[in-house]
Design a protein around this ligand. Structure first.
Ligand code: 4AD
Length: 476
């Protein structure tokens, strides 16, 4: 009853409070500050209310006692309400800890946006035991949690670090279109739509556009969304993902792999050597150690032999690609042979056993995209044609990078379109690259969510995207 009558007013006699974000409050220690945010944690003890305030830049322990803790709003305050708190920022007494080493002793405050309590309370909608599909629908609320937000924060640092690394290697950032009329990685995974009466697709890769930049802009990179209509419900497939791609002119296949290794290692070095990003990484993946250089390189042919030596088999498939089963309905497992695709399960087992990054290189042409350059004649064996292609595999995730040298000769490219049944007409601009001063060049694409899953030791790429898309899922 009493509490309803208490109306707080800010005391005009007190020193003026400086408005600050939590992350930049430290220089205001000993002063009166005004902070806005969300009630992240809430606890009351006798007549004192402790709030951990969250504003996206950090967490601030705040103490309400006396009159400010006795208002109706104070007694009915709920988690996730938004509030404005005003008070003196004090260093925490010795022996006590708080985020930032200080706490706010509140002398005035108000609720800006209350959050419901009871059945509709935040913690009731979102509890640790919630089913993954419920959590997926509540991604917007999950993001308020410490783990989910730390992953996204690390992601932001990672993108900045990658950009800095590229700039230091003299690559220029470009922004290719997402609406395209050509395929890069096979027609089967294209999202097709009607574009003013013409067929168009969401891009699978910006590679072809990056190739066209070489003569004018030099070596280039982009960080752009790619789309794959893959009906894959695995922990490393998304329907939309952030694709970091780069293209370099006048290089050899060896240069390409060395460059990929340098970009990755220098970026990781930036993350681990800056206090903020390093602390996030430590929180998410305490056991992380930057990978040693050089990365192990293993040819596709050697990988097939390695899988067989380690008794890692794959499901037998018929001519149509259907899994062949035994009488009990179990898939029949067979040894790997040169020409076989190394499927996700086998690739994962191999990387987990070896436990370090591996460059798998020299895949057979029939398994790879139309634009890939063939290996020189002395590297070919048997009836298979091997390409200057490489995948970088990481423990726990598998493939995070796919790259190759590109066909530089226009006749050879025209033959490749034909072999793949691709109409060369929409590719005239890509073919022109070979017509007007061709050059040896190569490049690669890195899946940002897969890289982050490796770096932050996340179970699935779905945790590494702001709002992940997978088959059937496009909300929130
Ligand atoms: O191996 P991919 O298909 O290669 C290309 O698209 C090349 N055109 C890139 C280039 O040379 N510029 O894809 C490259 C990387 C993969 O290694 C993987 O990390 C990621 O993109 N990726 C996916 N990530 C999440 N979900 C998917 N469905 C992905 N498909 C590929």
């Amino acid at each position: 009853e009493e509490s309803k009558k208490i109306v707080l007013e800010e005391d005009p006699a007190l020193p003026k409070a400086t408005k600050t974000k939590i992350g930049s409050a430290a220089p205001h220690r000993g002063e009166r500050v005004r902070v806005c945010g969300w009630v992240h944690r809430l606890r009351s003890q006798k007549d004192i209310i402790f709030i951990v305030l969250r504003d996206g830049t950090g967490f601030l322990q705040s103490v309400l006692s006396g009159r400010v803790a006795q208002t109706y709003d104070a007694l009915t305050l709920t988690l996730e309400s938004s509030v404005e708190l005003v008070g003196v920022l004090k260093e925490v007494p010795e022996g006590k800890t708080a985020p930032g080493g200080h706490e706010l002793v509140v002398d005035y405050w108000k609720v800006l946006g209350p959050a419901p309590g009871a059945d509709d309370a935040f913690t009731n909608r979102l509890n640790e035991k919630s089913d993954p599909s419920i959590l997926a629908d509540l991604r917007h609320l999950v993001l308020r949690g410490e783990t989910a937000s730390s992953v996204l924060r690390l992601r932001a640092h990672l993108l900045t670090a990658f950009r800095e690394t590229y700039i230091s290697h003299n690559l220029l950032e470009v922004t290719p279109p997402c609406v395209v009329q050509t395929q890069v990685e096979g027609g089967a995974t294209l999202f097709k739509f009607d574009y003013y009466g013409q067929p168009a697709f969401l891009t699978q890769s910006s590679q072809l556009y990056l190739e066209t930049c070489l003569p004018s802009l030099g070596d280039v990179f982009c960080i752009q969304e790619s789309f794959r209509a893959e009906n894959s419900h695995t922990r490393r497939h998304l329907s939309e993902y952030t694709h970091m791609e780069a293209e370099l002119a006048f290089i050899t296949f060896d240069d390409l792999m060395t460059h990929i290794e340098a970009i990755i290692c220098e970026t990781v070095d930036k993350i681990v050597s800056q206090p903020g990003p390093a602390a996030l990484l430590k929180h998410l993946n305490p056991d992380f150690k930057p990978p040693a250089r050089p990365f192990r390189r293993m040819s596709y042919v050697d990988a097939i032999a390695w899988l067989n030596e380690h008794c890692i088999k794959h499901e037998k498939e018929d001519a149509e690609g259907n899994v062949v089963k035994d009488e009990a309905g179990n898939p029949i497992m067979v040894e790997h042979a040169v020409g076989d695709d190394i499927a996700e399960a086998a690739e994962r087992q191999m990387t987990d056993i070896i436990g370090t990054p591996i460059f798998l290189y020299g895949f057979p042409a029939e398994l790879k995209a139309f634009y890939m350059k063939k290996m020189p004649a002395d590297k070919q064996e048997g009836n298979h044609v091997f390409t200057e292609s490489c995948d970088l595999l990481m423990p726990g995730v598998g493939e995070i990078v796919g790259g190759s040298m590109r066909i530089a000769d226009s006749e050879e490219l025209l033959a490749a379109y034909k072999r793949e049944g691709i109409d060369p007409e929409p590719y005239y601009w890509f073919t022109d690259q070979r017509k007007y001063g061709t050059c040896e060049h190569g490049g690669y694409g890195l899946g940002v969510e897969r890289f982050l899953a490796w770096l932050a030791n996340r179970y699935t790429v779905r945790e590494c995207s702001l709002y992940p898309r997978w088959p059937g899922k496009a909300t929130p």
